[in-house]
Ligand binder design. Sequence first.
Ligand code: PFF
Length: 448
Amino acid sequence: MPDGSRGREQWESRMGFILATVGSAVGLGNVWRFPTMVARSGGGAFLLIYGAVVLVIGIPLMMAELAMGRGSGRGVVGAFRTLRAGPWWVAGVLASAAVFLILSYYSVIAGWTLLYTALGAAGNLRGMQVAAMEQMFNHVTGGTVLPVVGQVCFVVLSCTVAYFGVSEGIERWGRILLPAIVLLLLLLMGRVILLPGAVDGIMWFLRPDFTQLSVSVSLEAVGQVFFSFSLGMGAVLTYGSYLSRRDDIGNNAIIIAFADVLIAVLAGLVVISALYAFDIDPEVGFGLVFVALPAVFNTLAFSAFWNAAFFLSLSFAAMTSLVSFLEVINAIAMEELGWPRRLVVPLVGLGTVVAGLPSALARGALQDIVLWDRDIMDAVDALTSSALLPLSGLLTVIYVGWVWTARDAAREIAGERPLSQWMKLWMVIIKYIAPLALTYILLAGIVS
Ligand code: PFF
């Protein structure tokens, strides 16, 4: 529905906006990074740090991005230019470059989840133990055709959602996919909790071990909040640009943040209790999701069903996130070039597939290419999450706090109401605390 005053598309309902934004936040990051991080970094003690980072940096930054979006009514490049004229639009270009890079490899992993959903449902994973699952993983991700097919299918599906626009596409599908993710995870949880030893696994997952806490663990927590909340890339900003003046930014940000954390913890409980019941060490990354977990599900009756349910929930989570990545670029292209959505979406989809080819082939035909000791996909991931995202987040807070000014941003958030004590605290966070924390992370990331 276009906004009469600005001719911009808008969310149909508050609930639709919340579900779509939680959909952007809940993604592969929740299922494969969060549980391992908690398990290795002090369990309940890490959760306390994570919670503090969510409150002090995550929610205030989400409010800042939503305010920039709604205040400007523009995508990430236009927002920087519209709120204050000057060279700051370059920060928007940086954010969109980061998004495009992440989009390229995220779509490849998303393609794997789609392939695994099909393999699981067809019963092709049935009976395989860890070694066989490893071979299967290398076969699926190391070939030339399969990873590209998976990625193309995933991008086509995501572009189909984006093609129908904000309310008819993104919002409508968010309303279906997000509840489906939660239901599937609850279903898996219901089954996994019945495994002998699962309850011990949950206790182990949540046990507070304060000896594991360190500065670097806190930095990891900040990085994870960034990635998980989709911050620093203009995704939340772009979704905020489709908000109406009536919507309460503070309340919405709190709900979205809590929903993302709850779903991450739910995914953590499923993953960790399943692994614990089988005495498998929760290692980070692909091995966890594509090798260890399916091997665990294979020990259950109806294993094809459990594998398919797990990979389907992952595919849905990846899709709602990918749609938000795409929308960052779509919004920029529609505004800056004046092209219609029906032309922009297929072009952005094509660009994503082409940009993703090196990552799709990183474990196969291009495996000999090594950058910073990593294959291409891991190198792009490291470049974006350790350098570009914190940099782009830092530029965003400096811009909101000092260029647009925290006061003007707070006015945008408060609307007609006078500035509350909470908003004054928010201004302090945006002006001082968040920039210092992000500078620190950026330097620590570069040094390490
Ligand atoms: N938040 C997503 C996840 O946790 O997997 C990743 C993500 C989506 C990051 C969209 C950034 C973004 F714009």
